[in-house]
Design a protein around this ligand. Structure first.
Ligand code: UD1
Length: 371
């Protein structure tokens, strides 16, 4: 089986690494495509180095742009590659613009489409990622779900049972594989931090960081928390410049985006994590570290029901109140079923056992021009 595996943005890299290894271990030929949605050394290259991934076989170099520009550029660059490589399957992960763009191209060009992390829903249509999640699932043949709630969502939306596979969480595969290496990193001492005597902050959702008033309100609340618990803030390029311009309260230390291992080490040693990311809600759950999610909803409700996550929204009183409570009471570490480090292997079993039913693109459907 020839699989074309797509990665485009920071949260994709740690998800594709174990999937590539497992597919190859099960005899598949893997072609790795990097769309170039994230391109900075700190947003991309460092992840390839630390995850021990080979260089991509193809780099599409699409870079930044509006949603339409970025999505369109990925589609235009990816289509000829699919036609030339003639894969049996295209594997996309997560919910970024690159995932949706490549899934749409593949669905029309002929190969089967597999979506890793299928079925997650925030039901918040203001999030670009929610559009990406729903569209990607819709055009996928194999829906590889990380948790039972995702399976329920897919059934409720009318997908066939034989398309849906509960496989567990590949991000957890990478975490468990790398956590001991991460704990040996000197990042805490380099930043002068003591285990459990600091918190970590990340913010990059457009709804939180693209508006000065909202970002100032959130940072103001976090500044109050930081009077008692210093916060380290590895800032995504989306929020760094704006946060610096409107002013970061004392006690919150803005640092450049961290690499994968350093960021795992920072999370593992933290007393508390504030975030609006999806993956960090999952990683803190597995690490048993309290997470306060600065959003009104989550596509990962299992991290609230069965993990260490709480939704606190953007209201300053709610943020500060939740932080005070959780620092006093702590959390009980729990881990959802199948978040056990073997999700990628389950995916490889599903995908490599289906090859007899696969369609290769024919000249007729792959090269047809649209009118
Ligand atoms: C993207 C994903 C989001 C994911 C996040 C993780 C979409 C719609 N969003 O959001 O789901 O959680 O990545 O990081 O796909 N930039 C750089 N250097 C880079 C990459 C981006 O400076 O390497 C800048 C861009 O110029 C842009 C901003 O960061 O101004 C946002 O990048 P973009 O790829 O549009 O979305 P993210 O916010 O990173």
């Amino acid at each position: 089986m020839r699989a074309l595996v797509v990665a485009g943005a920071r949260p994709n890299f740690m998800k594709v690494a174990p999937v590539i290894d497992a597919l190859e271990a099960y005899g598949a030929e893997v072609i790795l495509v990097h769309t170039g949605q994230h391109y900075d050394e700190r947003m991309s290259d460092v992840f390839f180095d630390e995850l021990g991934m080979r260089a991509p076989d193809h780099h599409l170099g699409v870079g930044s742009g509006s949603h339409a520009e970025q999505t369109a550029r990925v589609m235009i660059a990816f289509e000829p590659l699919v036609i030339e490589a003639q894969p049996d399957m295209v594997v996309v992960v997560g919910d970024v613009n690159s995932s949706m763009a490549c899934a749409i191209v593949a669905a029309k060009a002929g190969p089967r489409v597999a979506h890793v992390e299928a079925g997650l829903r925030s039901r918040d249509w203001a999030m670009p990622e929610e559009v990406n999640r729903v569209v990607t699932d819709r055009v996928s043949d194999y829906l590889l779900a990380p948790s039972p709630d995702a399976v329920d969502n897919l059934h409720a939306e009318g997908y066939r049972s034989d398309q849906i596979h509960l496989v567990g969480n590949v991000m957890v595969d990478s975490l468990l594989r790398n956590i001991e290496r991460a704990r040996r990193r000197p990042i805490l001492s380099e930043l002068g931090l003591t285990v459990k005597a600091y918190g970590v902050l990340t913010l990059h959702r457009p709804s939180n960081v693209d508006n000065d008033v909202t970002l100032a309100r959130i940072l103001g609340a976090l500044g109050k928390v930081a009077e008692h618990l210093p916060l380290i803030y590895p800032a995504h390029p989306r929020s760094a410049a704006r946060a610096e311009r409107i002013g970061v309260p004392p006690g919150i230390r803005l640092v450049p985006p961290a690499g994968y291992l350093d960021f795992l080490a920072l999370q593992a040693g933290a007393a508390l994590v504030f975030t609006d990311s999806g993956g960090i809600q999952e990683e803190t759950t597995v690490l048993g570290v309290p997470c306060l999610t600065v959003r009104e909803n989550t596509e990962r409700p299992i991290t609230v029901a069965e993990g260490t996550n709480q939704l606190v929204g953007t209201d300053p009183e709610r943020i500060v109140g939740a932080a005070v409570r959780i620092l006093a009471e702590g959390v009980e570490p729990r881990r959802p079923e199948l978040w056990d480090g073997h999700a990628a292997e389950r995916i490889a079993v599903v995908l490599t056992h289906q090859t007899d039913q696969l369609l290769r693109p024919t000249a007729a459907n792959a090269a047809v021009a649209c009118r």
